[in-house]
Design a protein around this ligand. Structure first.
Ligand code: NAD
Length: 553
């Protein structure tokens, strides 16, 4: 390993500045934080998360970005092209201190093949969503997104709580492992099937899963007792979902919600019916085509059972793993009878300008996050699901790198939170400034027809003007850094998205900027959904005073 790759990067903490102001310091600290070994998956390669999502193109680029930020004045802006600093321009104090464009390619050239060719020449890098825009905060984001999805299910069908309900799902892997905790955080009971005993053990060890059942009968007995008592409980069950789900359907098991997070997007990672888990790897390597065929046929049985539960009245949805598409390829005609999770639950939140709002304490002191948690609870006392999340996150989420928090807030809420945090910095309630950002997976910042913009009401799934307008309005409103990326989440050629981060440094100028950025950024979500014809977005626009030119005759 080279000396460069052995470097351990960690953000500075405390109130001593490495840069000429807090706006630059915040970018400097968050760049370093993204590559903290506690945060990044492969920091030695500058890879933060999501396959090869990087924070900087190479080590010389990383060093040049850091050095330039240290010398950057309050009226200068650093330009970063796919992880490499390419210029510093004279701007003004309302302008962002950094502008980033990552992984963008012209339409006809937007393929993985061409991207990899250019990457090998050292001309670009894959920025994912929050890797190349320096606002990744670790796995808290996955847990919170899953929690929010189940909260939306609860709101839609079960009076706002999952207490007294049983969710049936499969897949306890890297991301799917968040499901049991997300269900119990919403008060419900979860039965989670996985064919790999080590995954079940790992989730129990990390306290994401409560218990393992001895067999199906034991799982159903445990679930019935907990459901009766309206007590949250998550139960791991060893087995093949393609076998267990049809069996449970046939015996009339009382299940309220069904979804799935097995790795169905890759048929070579889905265990076919009748195959021992121990033989899976060898069989997949020996004859991938035959394995794929068997896996797809098994997924068809799995999805058929999900449709059966739906016909019986259960709430059923696809959790973004392509299991419907694979079952369809195996010839199952009703595979798309149940919806994907974004159109089913998340889009109504997007219509309200809601999305994954997040912040990090530049002091490095967890007490600053505890103080902001209390402030959030005081600001939005009527929001029960938010209160439950903040309380449980405080108890159960371990920080990675700089202490941070995520929670979904909407139009008219994010600006209140930002202004309150800025006051807390000014008054000394917080020890140092706070950075406020979000995932690119937000209401008005992404065009991604396989995920965030699947099935838009007006068919505008692939229209990518919205994320570009989002980036421009954030620049015009005073964000501290703004980014435009291509290919995050679903891969090259499939998405265009934008990000913003705004720093609450306690100054009156920061208050003015925060008020605009944190109003206009979620405002893009409201207007994007009004434009696509969503009534809920039109109601929000009317109620909260978002001007819509075409609605005013
Ligand atoms: P992973 O590979 O870490 O885990 C998959 C799990 O499925 C493994 O534990 C495996 O043992 C299990 N499995 C495979 N076949 C099975 C079968 N027949 N029966 C029971 N268990 C089986 O993957 P991950 O990171 O947890 O992601 C899971 C899936 O969810 C992926 O397809 C991913 O793309 C998708 N995903 C979607 C979103 C989203 O859109 N919101 C978010 C996260 C993950």
């Amino acid at each position: 390993m080279s000396d460069q790759a052995r470097r351990v990067i960690r953000s500075p903490r405390g109130t001593d500045l490495s840069c000429r102001g807090w706006q630059q310091e915040a970018a400097f600290r968050m760049l370093h934080n993204n590559l903290d070994p506690e945060v990044a998956e492969h920091p030695e390669e500058l890879v933060v998360y999501g396959g090869t999502g990087k924070a900087a193109r190479d080590w010389p680029s990383f060093d040049a970005i850091a050095r330039t930020l240290q010398g950057l004045a309050q009226d200068e802006t650093l330009l970063v092209q796919s992880g490499r600093p390419v210029g510093v321009m004279r701007t003004h104090e309302w302008a962002p201190r950094v502008l980033l464009a990552n992984s963008n390619l012209v339409g006809d050239w937007a393929t993985w093949e061409e991207f990899r060719r250019l990457e090998a020449l050292g001309l670009t890098m894959y920025g994912q969503m929050t890797a190349g825009s320096w606002i990744y905060i670790g796995t808290q984001g996955i847990l919170q997104g899953t929690y929010e999805t189940f909260a939306a299910v609860a709101a839609k069908r079960f009076g706002g709580t999952l207490a007294g309900t049983v969710t049936l799902t499969a897949g306890l892997g890297g991301m799917g492992g968040a499901q049991p905790l997300a269900v119990t955080m919403n008060g419900g009971v979860a039965i989670c099937v996985d064919c790999d005993p080590s995954r079940i053990a790992r989730r129990i060890e990390h306290r994401y899963l409560d218990v393992q059942a001895d067999d199906l009968a034991d799982a159903l007995r445990l679930a019935a007792e907990a459901r009766e008592a309206r007590r949250p409980l998550s139960i791991g069950l060893l087995g093949n979902a393609a076998e267990v789900l049809p069996e449970m359907l046939a015996m009339g098991a009382p299940i309220d919600i069904v979804t799935d997070q097995t790795s169905a997007h890759d048929p070579l990672a889905y265990l076919p019916l009748g195959m021992a888990f121990e033989d899976m790897r060898e069989q997949a390597a020996k004859d991938p085509a035959a394995f794929t065929q068997r896996a797809r046929e098994s997924m068809a049985r799995h999805v058929e059972a999900m449709v059966g539960f739906m016909d019986g009245g259960a709430e059923v949805f696809d959790y973004g793993n392509s299991i419907r598409g694979e079952a369809k390829l195996a010839g199952y005609a009703r595979a798309f009878d149940f919806p994907g999770f974004v159109p089913a639950y998340i889009r109504p939140l997007f219509c309200e300008g809601k999305g994954p709002f997040r912040w990090a304490a530049l002091s490095g002191d967890p007490r600053d996050i505890a103080a902001t948690d209390r402030a959030i609870l005081e600001l939005f006392p009527q929001n029960e699901s938010l209160a439950r999340w903040i309380k449980l996150a405080g108890e159960r989420v371990a920080f990675q790198g700089l202490p941070a928090r995520i929670c979904w807030l909407g139009y008219g809420e994010r600006d209140q939170a930002g202004l309150r945090f800025n006051e807390m910095v000014a008054s000394g309630e917080l020890q140092a400034p706070v950075v406020i950002g979000r995932d690119h997976l937000d209401c008005g910042s992404v065009a991604s027809p396989y995920r965030e913009t699947e099935g838009m009401l007006d068919g505008s799934d692939a229209i990518a003007d919205w994320p570009l307008l989002n980036a421009m309005v954030n620049v015009a409103s005073g964000a501290s850094w703004v980014s435009i990326h291509h290919g995050g989440g679903v891969g090259i050629g499939r998405s265009i998205h934008a990000g913003q981060v705004a720093v609450a440094d306690g100054t009156p100028l920061a208050a003015q900027k925060l008020e605009r950025v944190l109003t206009n950024d979620p405002g893009m979500g409201v207007i994007r959904h009004v434009d696509a014809g969503y009534d809920r977005a039109a109601e929000i626009a009317a109620e909260r005073g978002v001007p819509i030119p075409m609605a005013q005759g």
